[in-house]
Ligand binder design. Structure first.
Ligand code: ZN
Length: 199
């Protein structure tokens, strides 16, 4: 899962923010219910919150983390901005930001009501998305690509939960609790539905 953008670090320091505690909590919850499953010893999915009300900077999980249930502060990176022309993420941190940083940036820039973006993977939510009436991107786009970000923005409108076709989901919230609770509720609804392969 190669990172498909350039990264410029303005500082190689660990983010300091009291809200990291809530982000760690939600990373743990997602890991324990397997919404960020392991794949080649890396935990899929990435979670972020908006840093300041009046800007699009955010704090996000670093790329290539193993399990997300026991994260330390150095597992998080600040993304200050993204420059479309040079395809460059401007960041502060000791690790590379998540490979889906451009996607998160696009959502924060498009949706000023959104202060948390949680991305997880769940085959069950994908398989039941039609029955649950979930908004879904029109076609699969490669992980971490600019095209994936564009495919989400194309259908985002004022939705708070988007299924990325054959990939995973995005849960948005005014707060981290709202984004996290929304994802867990949909996960519960997905579990209650019998899918074709179980009939
Ligand atoms: Zn993903």
């Amino acid at each position: 899962m190669a990172v498909k953008f350039n990264i410029t670090f303005v500082e190689r320091t660990i983010p300091k923010d009291p809200r990291l505690a809530a982000l760690k909590y939600w990373c743990g919850r997602f890991q324990r219910v397997n919404l960020t499953p392991l794949y080649h010893n890396r935990s899929l999915g990435n979670l972020s919150f908006r840093l300041h009300e009046d800007g699009n900077a955010f704090v996000i999980t670093a790329a290539a983390l193993a399990l997300k249930d026991t994260l330390t502060d150095d597992s998080f990176v600040i993304v200050h901005s993204y420059d479309n022309l040079s395809r460059t993420i401007i960041a502060s941190g000791t690790r590379e930001p998540s490979s889906e940083s451009v996607l998160h940036y696009g959502v924060y820039a498009a949706r000023h009501d959104t202060n948390a973006v949680f991305h997880g993977h769940s085959g069950r939510i994908l398989r039941t998305s039609d029955v649950l009436g979930l908004t879904t991107t029109r076609k699969f786009e490669d992980y971490g690509s600019l095209e994936l970000a564009a495919s989400v923005l194309e259908v985002l409108d004022d939705e708070s939960f988007i299924v990325m076709k054959n990939h995973g989901f995005l849960s948005l919230g005014r707060t981290m609790d709202e984004a996290g609770t929304r994802a867990l509720e949909i996960w519960e609804r997905a579990k209650s539905i019998k899918t074709a392969r179980e009939v």
